[in-house]
Each structure stands twice: as structure tokens, then as C-alpha cells.
Design a protein around this ligand. Sequence first.
Ligand code: DC
Length: 232
Amino acid sequence: MKKIVIAIDGFSSNGKSTMAKSLAKEIKYIYIDSGAMYRAVTLYCMEHGLFSGDTLDERRLHNEIDNVKVEFHLNKDTGTPDTHLNGENVESKIRSMEVSSKVSIVSAISFVRRAMVALQQEMGKAKGIVMDGRDIGTVVFPDAELKVFVTADAEIRARRRFDELRSKGDNKTTFDEVLENLKTRDYLDQTRAESPLVKADDAILLDNSYMTIDEQMQWLLQKFKQITTLNE
Ligand code: DC
């Protein structure tokens, strides 16, 4: 069967990564979490003293961006790729609230986006890829055969993210902090000058506020089957 490119975009913490991951496993495609790449660059900035509070030394980052190597390596236990930053597995570190609160600053910078988009396009060259993010269907793969734009109620998304943080041992962050961070990121993602979050005209809208993961998977698999049958 001819392989295709699947672009899944949408707001923060709406379960699109879970969906994209499960779909990729099921159809034996490669899964790439593009947000993890912006998170890894953010972690680099934090660990190399490029942030002073919320102010980023953009000039230094510009000089150092070629030294920031982001790669994905398959984790045999989970069956999904882990994010590596300059050789270190940072999959867990990049999910912290501190990274979440600074990532919008880094992901708004045009030279960072250019570098990440080039890497993402390289990863998708051979097709057979499911990539999730904000600009995958609009900028990275405007010709993707299947595009989905996922949305869900902000409080429901915050609850899911809060539960995830608690399950990973974060007992400090409050629900209100998570909700606030999510609303701020929604706003910044939609209003930034560079590749703002917007639904591609040809993307299919999916509101998963009241859907189970299984229902979403069935929905997505059906769309995938429709498209691949058409493309045969
Ligand atoms: O999907 P996420 O929450 O892990 O993404 C982290 C941040 O990266 C998010 O605030 C928006 C940004 N991002 C982006 O600008 N473009 C992408 N393709 C993916 C994520």
C-alpha cells in the first residue's frame, strides 16, 4: 500500500500526541512529536544559561543553534521514539512545567522554526509518517494526504494535563496553574507572527472533548482507510 503523510495539528494538551502515537503504531508508520523538538531547544536554552527570567538571549541562541542536535530514537519498551538532545535522552525533562512555561518564547523565533521545519521535512521525505504539532498541515507538509485539526474544551484539556503531571509524580503544580499555562500557550500559539496555529483549509476538524481515546482511534483509522483506498 502506498505510504502517506499524516499531519495532526491543534491546541496544547488535547491528546493529539496520544492519538498520533497510537495511530502510527497501528499502521506501522513513524511517529514524530514536533512539539518535543521545540521543547528540546528550550531545555538547551535553560541548561546553557540563555534565559534570564523570561528573557531569552536570542543572539546567543542564533550563534549556537547549529550545536543543538535534536534526534529521536526508538524506545524499545514503549515502542515510541524518545527525544534526545545532544546525545542525552531528555524525554522526561522536556515535559516539565518549567519547559512548558518557556517553550512559547523559543517556538516563536523564526530561525528556530526554520531549523526545526527543515529537520521535520527531512524526516517525512520517505512518507509513512504521522507528525503532530501546530503547523504541520500548513507549513511543514502542506501536501500531506491526511490532515486533522484537533480541538477540545480548555478545562478538559487542563484536567488531562494535570492528571498526567500528577501521575508522573509532580505534586506541586496546581490545576489553576496548568489551566493558566494552557490558555497562555493557546493565545501565544494563535497570535504569533511566525507560523501561527491555524486550521489548514483542507484539514478535518475533530473536537475530542467528549470522546474516549478508543473512539478517537476508530475515527482516525476510518479516515486513514478512506484516504489510502482513494490513493491506491
Ligand atoms: O505540543 P506541545 O505542547 O508539546 O508543544 C510545545 C510548544 O511548541 C507549544 O507551546 C507550541 C510549540 N509548537 C510549535 O510552535 N510548532 C509545532 N509544530 C509544535 C509545537
